[in-house]
Design a protein around this ligand. Structure first.
Ligand code: URA
Length: 215
């Protein structure tokens, strides 16, 4: 389903386990509890990929047999920033793998008429400029909210920003890449297009509603 000519910053994590779990999530008969569990499992796998190139250093340790310079992560713990409310579903699985991560929240909703982002909350660690930042947003649709959130994070000082989305539309990928060519985008799948209401097709519906059972 992926289109040609997508930016080089895009990384499609099309591992069989990810795709299988995603298909179960897309199915409209999948109940909320199962949907949440699947999202948590996929998030962990996406976290594995987005952290693949984190900077490393070594630390001298003693194993039961000898001394060694053991590889460890370099620098301060990373920050995971959840775009509310659906971002929280991805956050949970990421924290399973990265329990010491700091957490930020950005509250945005999409104006249903203009499809433009409206901000109602912003809280991130004060030293975000010294940490890698992973932004999590399950559905990269128009890309308006996500591009806006990344702009706010850069204004707060973030320098190393990576984006993780469960599902993406080509429109959203291009939008984020145009505004933020330095930000790699990790996604499990690139779907066909957006419908007139800005929903990803074939997609999985409203991620927040499916997650929280609000519809
Ligand atoms: N947000 C969603 O939850 N689903 C879409 O398809 C697009 C935006």
């Amino acid at each position: 389903m992926a289109e040609a000519n997508l930016p080089k910053t895009l990384v499609v994590v099309d591992h069989p386990l990810v795709l299988h779990k995603l298909s179960l999530m897309r199915d409209k008969t999948t109940p909320s509890a199962v949907f949440r569990q699947l999202l948590r499992e996929i998030s962990l796998l996406l976290a594995y990929e987005v952290t693949r190139n984190l900077p490393m250093t070594t630390q001298k340790i003693e194993t039961p047999l000898t001394e060694m310079d053991a590889p460890i992560l370099k620098g301060k713990k990373l920050v995971i920033v959840s775009i509310l409310r659906a971002g929280n579903g991805l956050l949970e699985g990421m924290l399973d793998l990265l329990p010491s991560a700091r957490i930020g929240h950005i509250g945005l909703y999409r104006d249903p008429v203009t499809l433009q982002p409206v901000e109602y909350y912003f809280k991130v660690p004060s030293d975000i400029d010294e940490r890698p930042v992973i932004v999590v947003d399950p559905m990269l649709a128009t890309g308006n909210s996500t591009a806006y959130a990344i702009k706010k994070l850069k204004e707060a000082g973030a320098k190393d920003v990576r984006l993780v989305c469960l599902l993406s539309a080509p429109e959203g990928i291009r939008r984020v890449a145009k505004d933020h060519p330095d930000v790699p985008i990790y996604t499990a799948a690139v779907d066909s297009h957006l419908n007139d209401h800005g929903y990803i097709v074939p997609g999985l519906g409203d991620a927040g509603d499916r997650m929280f059972g609000t519809k």
